[in-house]
Design a protein around this ligand. Structure first.
Ligand code: HPA
Length: 252
């Protein structure tokens, strides 16, 4: 079983030469390597040199490229702002559900009517592996399983937006959607680990991009260790229903 890894602002680099995978949505670069005793395919979400802003990322090419490179399961990393004071910067958490507030193409099926169930949007087996790895040494009592709100960006949110989001979600970021939905459409197992870089707008005095970079660098080692443990802990055979996502998705 091959595992795909999507790195973001945190966990953004992989050693060696990339390979270009061509997809109907464009090309994407991936790196092949080993992690946690398994074959992994790494993809840097923001592209070479971290140049693409969240709204310009080619999510369809990225997810399709990982599938074409043989990944069956995908572990993604998302840098987020926290909507809960107890979820302090530096924390790691695992997505259990999401709210999409972005405005981006979120399907591979533009010419067909396909409605894929999102009752359990993140793969339960990948979540379990991530939860075990992230939860080791967890001490603050903050939520470990979180609801992710995805905004369009690239601007940060207003305090009023954050007050509204905080009633329904735990973290806010700009890149978690549509990866999660696209992965399910492709029948991939997908889980996401969040790196909290800041408290969201209005919960701390001011937000700077520099702070996001600093906090993610500080969490880098813990994150890399957690990902390695999670990859190693994944069951060899997929026992979840992710691969059958299209089974009941077309109107009869
Ligand atoms: N909002 C949206 N995206 C983010 C934030 C935030 O506060 N921090 C890191 N990514």
């Amino acid at each position: 079983m091959r595992v795909g890894l999507i790195g973001g602002t945190a966990f953004g680099h992989f050693e060696g030469a990339p390979m270009t995978v061509h997809t109907p949505w464009g090309g994407a670069q991936v790196w092949e390597g080993k992690l946690g005793g398994r074959e992994v395919v790494f993809l840097s979400r923001h592209g070479a040199g971290h140049k693409l802003p969240p709204h310009r990322i080619n999510y369809r090419a990225n997810v399709d490229a990982l599938a074409r490179a043989g990944a069956e399961r995908v572990l993604a990393v998302n840098t987020v702002g926290s909507l809960k004071r107890e979820l302090v910067p530096g924390s790691l958490a695992v997505c259990r559900d999401y709210i999409d507030l972005s405005a981006r193409p979120g399907t591979f099926f533009d010419d067909e009517v396909v409605h894929v169930d999102q009752t359990e949007p993140y793969c339960p087996e990948v979540r379990g592996a991530l939860r075990g790895a992230v939860g080791a040494g967890w001490a603050t009592g903050a939520p470990l399983d979180v609801v992710y709100a995805c905004t369009q960006g690239p601007r940060l949110e207003t305090p009023a937006e954050i007050r509204m989001l905080a009633q329904h979600a735990d973290v806010v970021g700009m890149t978690g959607y549509p990866e999660v939905a696209l992965a399910r459409e492709r029948g991939l197992c997908y889980g996401a680990v969040c790196v909290v870089s800041n408290l969201a707008a209005g919960l701390q005095e001011r937000l700077t991009a520099r702070e996001v970079g600093e906090a993610t660098r500080a969490a880098q080692q813990r994150l890399a260790k957690a990902l390695e443990q999670a990859v190693a802990a994944l069951p060899e055979k997929r026992g979840c229903a992710c691969k059958d996502s299209l089974k009941d998705a077309r109107l009869a």
